[in-house]
Write a protein that binds this ligand. Sequence first.
Ligand code: SF4
Length: 400
Amino acid sequence: MRFVSHPGAVARGRSSTGAERLPARLGPELLRWFDRHRRPLPWRRDRDPYRIWVAETLLQQTRVAQAAPYFERFVARFPSVRTLARAREGEVLKSWEGAGYYARARRLRHAARIVVGEHGGRLPRTVEALEQLPGVGPYTARAIASLAFDRPVVALEANGLRVAARWVREQRPLASAGVRPRLERVLASVLPSGRPGSFNEAVMELGETVCRPRAPRCPVCPVAFACRARRELADPGAIPRSATRPPRPRVRAAVAVVVLGDRWLVQRRPPGGLLGGLWEFPGGRIETGEDPRDAARRELSEETGAKARRWRALGIVRHAYSHFSVELHVFRATDLQAPPRLGAARRWVTREELARLPIPRATQKIVERFAAGTGPDVTGARRPARPRARRRRPRGTPGA
Ligand code: SF4
């Protein structure tokens, strides 16, 4: 195996606390550990660029343990860039369902069409060309280039950044200007030229399994000899310093589950934007001081033109997105006075038909809880009697 730095050399860089050095044997030691301890993740079975690309896209916002089943399902449905390029957007979103951040799936499909149309169905091999594809940012381009094409570039995601920051005792929050380029520069000087992709994976793997965000497992760390945080700090886990985050705003919204026989009214969100192209029940934000039931009535009427005589509170469903959380006040609406405007983006569906449409996780929660779960049933079907008497809930009180 060849290394960029010559044997015995050290990498030098500047830190906010002075000069630091990374021993040249860090690369080989880390790779030796990785070869013994790497987890058998589904995207590691081969070096297929398409599979690496799909995996890296999923891992942009999804943890490794959660990403594996989504990855398996997606590549089983779309085994090649050509099958993905040919697919309809709804099919792609359905296969992505549950993984969240659906813009990733839309961009992946868009990029697949470009790869087929402009690159003959083969992913470009350089960081610069990869970065031209929709959804491929600097990290993802570097990860694909090193993992699939052995390009000698450093790729640092959140785990890798944390590990590298501890190695060089970086004092600033990771998002601070100049921190990422500095860490990439220092790591580039110990990057094994023969196995750059494995080195990048090994750094991330170390961060996932040993050098964890809190309570790093330093006594079993294979590269503790290279770590300034371990040598110089009582608590290496104090690095990186966390940037102060504003509290996540909470949005209150009302949802109308309109029932007609055994069908529900659903509509597709506009393409682009949050959850674009997914299907959901009508509803929207509750204005300040507005009663949730009035908000559900108003939203249903404004969005669809429908009016219902009978409304019943089903309960509250909560869901957290990356930058805000929602509290959904869910109502069952029946006995229509005015029908909804129907069209390509709004229709009546049975539960089975809804299961075939791509829907957001929050809508899934509503269906699971009120149509198949333990809450009141949106279909109005009678549930089997419970063995013990239930306490009556006052009318109109949310049941969550
Ligand atoms: S010695 Fe500890 S802090 Fe340093 S890299 Fe290893 S696990 Fe992380």
